[in-house]
Design a protein around this ligand. Sequence first.
Ligand code: EPZ
Length: 460
Amino acid sequence: MTIQANIPNIVGTRKSSSTRIPCEELGPQKLMIEGGQRLHGKVKVSGAKNSSLPILVATLLADSESVVRNVPDLEDVNTLMEILRNLGLEIERFPDGAIRSRVVDNTPYEAPYEHVQRMRASVLALGPLVARRGHARISLPGGCVIGTRPIDLHIKGLEALGAKIEVRHGYVEAQVRELVGTRIYLGGAYGSTVLGTANIMMAATLAKGRTVIENAACEPEVVDLARFLNAMGAEVSGIGSHRLVIDGVEELHGADHTVIPDRIEAGTFMAAGAITGGDVTIEGVCPNHLMAVVDKFIEAGVSVDLSEPTTGNIYEDSYKGSIRVRGMGGTLSTDITTLPYPGYPTDLQAQFMAMLAVSGGISVVTEKVYPDRFMHVAEYCRMGAKIRKEGPSAILAGVPGLSGAPVKATDLRASAGLVLMGLVALGKSEIHHLHHIDRGYEKLEEKLHGLGAKIWREAD
Ligand code: EPZ
C-alpha cells in the first residue's frame, strides 16, 4: 500500500527539461529518500546517454547540419555540447528537444583539460578531428573511481590508420595528412572497447580504402552510432558484430537520427521495481538490448514479462518495447559476472548488487570489465549490507533489511545503486554528491516519484 507522502513538490525544484537549472546555480543538493514504498506503475526511459555522446561528436565529420533526437537532458550532454562549440560547431537544443549541429569552423583541433576532466567521453573527438581536420590535441582523460581508464587501444587504432601520435604534458596529439584504411585488432586485456571502437570507426569513415576492426565492441550504442554514420553517407558493414568493415568515403553529410532508448536506465528501473517488491512497467525500451539482464533478474526470482516485437524491423522495435517487472516478495541470491556486450553490463553491476544485498543467501559479483568498480560497497555497508571484497569479486550475504543513512555517491551508476538501497531501507537516506546522478540520469527522482517513491531534493 502506498501512502502518498506529503513531500515538497520536487518538480518545482527543477524547471522543464528545456530550461534546466545547472546544479551550480542551485548549489549543492542532496537526494532524500524515505524507504518502504512498493513501486508501481509505468515509466518511460529517456534516450541513451552512451549513444548520444558519440553521435553528437560524429556530427564533427559532416559538411551539413545534423538533427539528433531523443537526446537526454544531462550534464554530460551539456558539457559535450560546450566542447563541440569550442571545436567550431554550432550546436543547440531546440524547443522540440532535438539537437541541431553543424560545423561552422573546421580549424579548431584542441579539447582542453578543463573540459575533458569533467567528461572522459571527450576522448571521442580524437578520431573525428584527425579524420576531418588532420589534427587533434585532446587532454588525456584522467582516471576515475571505476578505474584507470586508459586509451592505449584508441591510440593503437589511430596509429594503425597512419596518424602520428604524441603523448606529452597530459595531452594526446595526433596528426596526419590522410588516414589509410587497414586491418586493426582492437581487443584489450578486458575484451573489446566501446569508445575505442567508436573512435576508430568514426576515423575510418573518411580514411582512404577499407578498414577492418577485429574484436570491435558490439554494444547497442555502437550499433546506433554505426547506423548514424551510414545515414551520413558512410559505408559501415558488419554492424552489431565483432568485425566492422568500413569503406572510406570522400565526405559525409548531416543526417536526422533518433537515439535508441537507454538500456542502463531501463535496467535501473527494473531493479527499482524488483527490490521494492513492486509492479513496474518500463516503456519505450528494446528488450533485445537487455537479454543478459532479464536472464539474471529471472534467476533472482523476479517476474519479468517482455513485449513482443511489433514491426519485425529490429531497429523500429528498439523504441516500442516494454518490460514489466514484478517483485515476488524478496529476491533470491545469484552470481553475476560483468562482460562486454552481449554479456551482463558493468553499468548495471551496482544496481544488481543493491538487489542482492537484501536477497536471501550468498551471492558473488565479479567485475571483468572494471575490476576496481566497487566503490559503492563501502557505502552499501553503511546501510547495513554485508559485503566483502575479494579481488575482482564482491561476496554478499543477503540481509533481511537495510537502514537509511547519509551516504555519498562515488560514480554515476553507484549513485543509482544507492537510490535503490534507499528505496528499501528503513527510515530516511540522504545521498550527497548528486552531480554524479545528474550526469547520467534524466529526471530520476521525478520518474521514481511517479512510481510512488518518497524521494525529493534538498539543499545540501
Ligand atoms: C564505455 O566506456 C561507457 N561510457 C561506460 O559507461 C561503460 O562502463 C564502458 O563503455 C563499458 O561498457 C560511454 O559510453 C561514454 P571501454 P569506455 O573502453 O568505452 C579497458 C557510464 O556509467 N580499456 O569499453 O571508456 C578499460 O580500462 C560509463 O555510462 C583499455 O584497456 O569503456 C576497461 O577495463 C562508465 N584500453 C575495458 O577496456 C583502452 O584503450 C572496457 O573499457 C580502452 C579501454
